[in-house]
Write a protein that binds this ligand. Structure first.
Ligand SMILES: Cc1cc2nc3c(=O)[nH]c(=O)nc-3n(C[C@H](O)[C@H](O)[C@H](O)COP(=O)(O)O)c2cc1C
Length: 414
């Protein structure tokens, strides 16, 4: 009976344990978590979502406070189009986050940064370019582009000296998305080094509509593997979404995937950035508590716990401080939904906005409990303590459980 450790992910002549820990913004996949994956020979992701805020927390900078002060005069204005990111500050925050992580790296694995294209930051192209180039400058091993079609993204960094040496990957949820990407990027003569195929059971935003349940990861992978073979392209395919045990991973590795990307199991790791109280919510969840809704202003469906405080919250849009989801014209679906509610209830102090949520604020405060579909099984991966809470696990324990377990077993902590 095979286990994950019988397989290796190859990048050129280098081999890695074929386990990637997926990016989880905002700072849920912390540097500590990513570093453990790399130390154990796999690949860990940090995320650059709201990196100015992450830098403030990690390095005691004051980027968010400074930006809030600068745009204070606009707080009561429903038009947020003047709120721009200072590209120098964005570069500096990215450099700090990436550099400190890379300096702490031990072992044979790699650290990648997850860049969500949907963080359009009221200037999609220039902010994404700065985010990616600063991460490359700071020595990141690779960049995973997610939450978008990535069509012009490689071109943004084509003039960077590390364009051909750093690993570049994309996340797709269909063979069609991959085909379009490859067609658009053909003139760059630079294929992605890996393609993560994320199925409908993943956490975070989904690359599907609300009909997500009609799709199946294994089928999409089979289509993509077949397509790459027909085109004679050798790009490692990495399966993601709902892979809960080592045996689940082996079945993908035996069927054309070069590695797996996993996240949900690590949301209850000691090194994960979620507060302990949220980790306990994840442990306690039953299958009915996990829902997919459309409250994210990005337009993508998102999976989360039903008890997520972000649902129905009617806080004032916080774009002066954050503003990561402002589109190229300074709009955000939450601002529209909020203004509509205010118009309907002009004298009400506490309004509830059901349609959308202020994702920046709630992700930043760990009040949007996004999770994968298999979250309800997390309680089976640990022990219950005397006070009724569940024991959180070390990232090493979870990583090694994926790496060495067989027969659908999950090792409980010692
Ligand atoms: C809490 C959480 C946050 C996530 N945030 C992001 C993110 O910021 N960007 C992204 O590309 N994927 C995100 N994901 C998706 C994961 O990186 C990963 O691909 C997916 O969840 C793997 O499936 P699994 O959770 O069933 O193992 C997130 C997943 C979780 C559970």
């Amino acid at each position: 009976m095979k286990r994950v450790d019988d397989f290796r992910l190859m990048f050129g002549k280098k081999e890695y344990v074929p386990i990637m820990v997926g990016g989880m913004g905002v700072d849920i996949s912390t540097a500590e978590l990513a570093l453990e994956a790399a130390r154990l020979g796999g690949i860990g992701h940090i995320s650059d979502a709201m990196v100015n805020d992450v830098s403030d927390r990690r390095f005691d900078t004051s980027f968010v406070k400074d930006k809030t002060r600068f745009y204070k005069h606009n707080i009561d204005n429903s038009d947020k189009s003047i709120i721009k990111f200072d590209l120098g500050v964005l570069a500096e925050a990215t450099r700090r986050h990436v550099e400190a992580t890379m300096e702490a790296k031990r072992g044979d694995g790699l650290i990648f940064v997850n860049c969500m294209e949907k963080l359009t930051m009221n200037g999609p192209r220039e902010t994404l370019e700065v985010r990616m180039k600063s991460a490359l400058d700071a020595g990141i091993d690779g960049i995973t582009l997610s939450a978008g079609l990535h069509l012009g993204s490689f071109a943004l960094i084509a003039d960077h000296p590390r364009f051909r040496d750093a690993k570049l990957g994309i996340i797709v949820s269909s063979v069609r998305a991959l085909q379009i990407f490859l067609r658009k990027n053909a003139r760059l003569d630079r294929l992605p080094d890996y393609v993560i195929v994320e199925g409908p059971l993943a956490g975070g935003h989904l690359g599907f509509g609300m009909d997500w349940a009609q799709y199946d990861l294994a089928t999409i992978i089979a289509e993509i593997v077949q397509y790459l073979q027909t085109e004679k392209l050798t790009i490692p395919v990495i399966a993601a979404g709902g892979i809960f045990t080592g045996s689940d991973a082996v079945s993908f590795l035996e069927n054309g995937s070069a590695a797996v990307q996993v996240a949900t199991r690590f949301t209850v790791a000691n090194e994960c950035g979620l507060p302990d109280s949220a980790k306990q919510e994840y442990f306690r969840a039953s299958e009915e508590d996990i829902i997919v809704n459309t409250i994210s202003p990005t337009g993508y469906p998102m999976r989360m716990l039903k008890s997520t405080p972000a649902i129905g919250s009617g806080i004032r849009p916080n774009c002066e401080a954050y503003g990561y989801l402002l589109d190229g014209n300074g709009g955000c679906a939450y601002i529209t939904a909020y203004n509509h509610e205010v118009m309907l209830h002009p004298n009400s102090k506490n309004i509830s906005v059901k349609e959308k949520t202020c994702l920046c604020t709630h992700m930043r405060n760990f009040n949007c409990w996004t999770c994968g579909h298999t979250t309800y099984r997390l309680k089976d991966t640990t022990k219950r303590l005397e006070d009724g809470s569940y024991q959180t696990l070390s990232a090493e324990h979870i990583f090694k459980d994926y790496q060495f377990s067989v027969d659908q077993q999950v090792a409980l902590p010692a």
